[in-house]
Design a protein around this ligand. Structure first.
Ligand code: SF4
Length: 58
């Protein structure tokens, strides 16, 4: 799985609240790639919760 945050991110912090092992927000959301594999459930939850659909999971 590849997780990416696209340019739509508004830095709201929701993804970090839901899945802080993977997402950290510093202006915009950053992805900790090495944590994705163990945290797919919360990655998907964060992607669904993102208000601007900026989290792309492939
Ligand atoms: S939830 Fe979406 S808009 Fe908010 S910080 Fe995360 S990626 Fe950006």
């Amino acid at each position: 799985m590849t997780v990416r945050v696209n340019d739509s991110c508004i830095g709201c912090g929701a993804c970090e609240s839901i899945c802080d092992a993977v997402f950290s927000v510093d202006g915009v959301a950053q992805v900790n790639d090495s944590a994705v594999g163990d945290n797919m459930d919360c990655v998907k939850e964060a992607a669904d919760a993102c208000p601007v659909s900026a989290i792309e999971v492939e």
